[in-house]
Ligand binder design. Structure first.
Ligand code: FES
Length: 104
């Protein structure tokens, strides 16, 4: 299944946007390397990281303080499980989230 996530016109190079879809928050980034879509949910107990504290590239989960590098997804404090990079597709107008069969 694919779902519309963000219009490409909302995303200029260098932008990072948060989008909510089906109860989850996604971080969408466009830079010189291309587009990244990251599930912006803590890998501990799936708290949205939207309300976390962002310092530089490190987001701290508001619930139990796990920390992630949002550029690499690396978990730098917690059990080491990285943020989930999501599959996406795009056409001339939209970026679509590709939803896995294990979508929770
Ligand atoms: S839910 Fe994020 S650290 Fe527990």
């Amino acid at each position: 299944m694919i779902l519309r996530l963000i219009r490409k016109s909302e995303l200029s190079e260098g932008d990072t946007k948060l989008k909510k879809l089906m109860g989850k928050t996604y971080l969408v980034r466009k830079n010189a390397s291309g587009i990244q879509v990251i599930e912006y949910m803590c890998r501990h107990q799936l708290a949205s990281l939207e309300l976390g504290k962002l310092e530089g590239n490190v987001i701290t989960c508001p619930r139990h303080n796990w920390k992630y590098d949002i550029t690499t997804g690396e978990c730098i404090f917690g059990d080491g499980t990285p943020l989930k990079f999501c599959k996406f597709e795009e056409d001339s107008e939209w970026i679509y989230l590709v939803v896995d069969s294990d979508y929770e």
